[in-house]
Design a protein around this ligand. Sequence first.
Ligand SMILES: NC(=O)c1ccc[n+]([C@@H]2O[C@H](COP(=O)([O-])OP(=O)(O)OC[C@H]3O[C@@H](n4cnc5c(N)ncnc54)[C@H](OP(=O)(O)O)[C@@H]3O)[C@@H](O)[C@H]2O)c1
Length: 330
Amino acid sequence: MKTLVTGGGGFLGQYIVEQLLEAGHQVRVFSRGSYPELEKRGAELFSGNIRNSSHVDEACKNIDCVFHTAAKVSMFGNYHDYFQTNVLGTQHVIHGCQKNNIHKLIFTSSSSVAYHGTDQLNANESTPYPKTYLSAYSETKALSEKLIRHANGQKELLTVSLRPHLIWGPRDKYIIPRLLEQGKKGKLWIVGTGKNLTDITYVENIAKAHLLAAEHLIPKSPICGKVYYITQGKPVLMWEWINEVLGHMNIPPVTKHISFKTAYTAGALLETLYRWLHIPGEPPITRMIAQQLSTSHTYDISAAQKDFGYTPWISTEEGLKRLFSYLHEQ
Ligand SMILES: NC(=O)c1ccc[n+]([C@@H]2O[C@H](COP(=O)([O-])OP(=O)(O)OC[C@H]3O[C@@H](n4cnc5c(N)ncnc54)[C@H](OP(=O)(O)O)[C@@H]3O)[C@@H](O)[C@H]2O)c1
């Protein structure tokens, strides 16, 4: 199969590219950056910006299946910027598929598209989208997921969306490095009771879920046009898990507490300050991060198991071993 991976140079994208190559598929990587290591492994690099429809159209030529993982990923910033990449970019990918007679499009969504800011236990795909969002990232990912769902069945294109929650593993650029950095500086605080549960997703499992979904994305398959939660299927106590990661890197555990109300208020103030004063980067806490750190969020993955055979092949324990061995090598 000839495949295109948007964002193929990213954290998750690279694992999808590697697994596709290992399975004998041809892979074209669409990204702005340069990834010579992927070229060495046999991928074709296509340099482009998904905000530009002609770049996407060109990249979609002679392709059978698209994995759309590219996105602006973070918790704070200008809405317009997120919209351009996440929503317009997705629109361009859909059109690129339709113009080039591509029949399969697998979209990396996010559990945050249906996050309501409160405890969510064993939520499944019937959970409605919230009316409002506290982050431009979640809002624009929800809009793009809706576009992908709507595109299913149009011009012979079949689509499916996967919603991972908290992807982690070797080569992560966001969650683990930030935890380690803040942990070393003693700047981490437990928000709320510290007893909240969370689902997590080991990166190789979600990558493999993409390949499996592609295999099952054929006419009349139950997965066409659907969305699926993908996690380890085994929630962890968030702060216990964070402390386990810190402990392995000889960083003292987080013990200081801050109430949800204080963290949320600090987030609101800092978001306003960063916006007004055009402070570069992201505030250390935002309202959404305060919610995410203090609430339980776990997801039912039985639909993905039933419809296309997803299972968390690599356990959390094995994933942690791989992560720690990578971190120690670094
Ligand atoms: N990490 C998580 O915990 C998590 C959780 C749920 C869902 N997700 C979803 O998983 C996907 C991958 O996330 P990730 O964690 O792997 O993030 P990532 O490492 O930042 O990967 C995203 C990639 O998108 C590419 N990209 C961004 N803007 C682009 C543009 N305008 N044109 C072309 N390429 C662009 C970037 O590559 P270049 O800079 O080279 O262009 C980047 O490598 C995203 O769709 C994200 O929403 C992630």
